[in-house]
Design a protein around this ligand. Structure first.
Ligand SMILES: Cc1cc2nc3c(=O)[nH]c(=O)nc-3n(C[C@H](O)[C@H](O)[C@H](O)COP(=O)(O)O)c2cc1C
Length: 205
C-alpha cells in the first residue's frame, strides 16, 4: 500500500475476527518496527509475541486486579470511568496476537563524563529511549495496516508491568513499554475528526 494511504487509513482497532495471525506476519511487523530510528542507534527494543490465549487471559486478570486496587474517588462518574478503563486496558485478551514491546533504558555517553545522574540526563533529554520505542511502535502499527491487519497501541496494561514482565519471562534489564494488539479487524470505528492543520502548525520562515 502507498505509505500515505497506510497513514491515513490507520486507526486503533480493538475488536478482531478470531482468525489467527501467522507468526511470519508478526515477525515481519516486528522486523519493520525495529527499523525505526533510535537514540544513538541504540536499538533498545526487545519484543515478545504472544498468541497463547490462556496467558493473555491471565495477563488481563493481573491488569484488572491492579486497577481494582486503585481507590475510586467520590464522584458519580467514578464507577463508569473504572469499568471503561478496565476494558481499554484488558481487551487485548481477545486479540489473536499481542506484541509486547520492551526496551533497555538508554545510558547516554554524557553519563560517563559529567556529574549528573542517569535519570536527570534522561529527563532533560525528554526520555530519548521512550521516544525511540514510540517510533518503533508506530512502525509496527503501520506495518500491520499495510498487511491488512488492525492493531492498537496499549499503555494502560503497563500499570501491572511488574507482574506482566514476570509472566512474559522478560529479563530484568528490559522495561516493558507497551503492547500492540493485532488481528483482522471485526469492527472498524467511525472516522475521527482530525484537528485542523492550521490550528496545530506554526511556520517560522
Ligand atoms: C501512547 C499510547 C497509549 C495508548 N494506550 C491505549 C490503551 O491502553 N488502550 C487503548 O484502548 N488504546 C490506547 N491507545 C490508543 C489511543 O486511544 C488512540 O490512538 C487514540 O484514541 C486515537 O485513535 P486512533 O488510533 O484510532 O487514531 C494508546 C495510544 C497511544 C499513542
Amino acid at each position: 500500500m502507498e505509505l500515505k494511504k497506510v497513514i491515513e487509513s490507520r486507526s486503533s482497532i480493538r475488536v478482531y475476527k478470531q482468525e489467527p495471525v501467522p507468526l511470519d506476519d508478526l515477525r515481519e511487523m516486528v522486523r519493520l518496527g525495529s527499523l525505526a530510528p533510535s537514540v544513538a542507534n541504540f536499538q533498545p527494543w526487545k519484543f515478545i509475541v504472544v498468541t497463547d490465549r490462556e496467558l493473555m487471559r491471565d495477563m488481563a486478570t493481573q491488569v484488572a486486579r491492579k486497577l481494582e486496587e486503585i481507590p475510586a474517588n467520590e464522584s458519580k462518574a467514578a464507577k463508569n470511568v473504572k469499568s471503561q478503563v478496565e476494558w481499554f486496558a484488558t481487551f487485548f485478551q481477545d486479540a489473536p496476537a499481542l506484541i509486547a514491546v520492551a526496551m533497555e533504558p538508554y545510558e547516554s555517553v554524557l553519563e560517563k563524563g559529567v556529574v549528573m545522574d542517569h535519570d536527570e540526563i534522561n529527563r532533560q533529554r525528554n526520555y530519548p529511549d521512550f521516544q525511540s520505542a514510540g517510533a518503533c511502535i508506530q512502525n509496527i502499527l503501520l506495518a500491520a495496516v499495510d498487511m491488512n491487519y488492525g492493531a492498537c497501541w496499549l499503555s494502560a496494561p503497563m500499570m501491572a508491568k511488574a507482574a506482566l514482565s514476570k509472566m512474559l519471562g522478560l529479563e530484568d534489564k528490559y522495561l516493558l513499554v507497551a503492547f500492540v494488539a493485532v488481528g483482522i479487524p471485526d469492527k472498524i470505528p467511525a472516522r475521527k475528526q482530525s484537528r485542523d492543520i492550521d490550528e496545530m502548525l506554526k511556520i517560522i520562515e
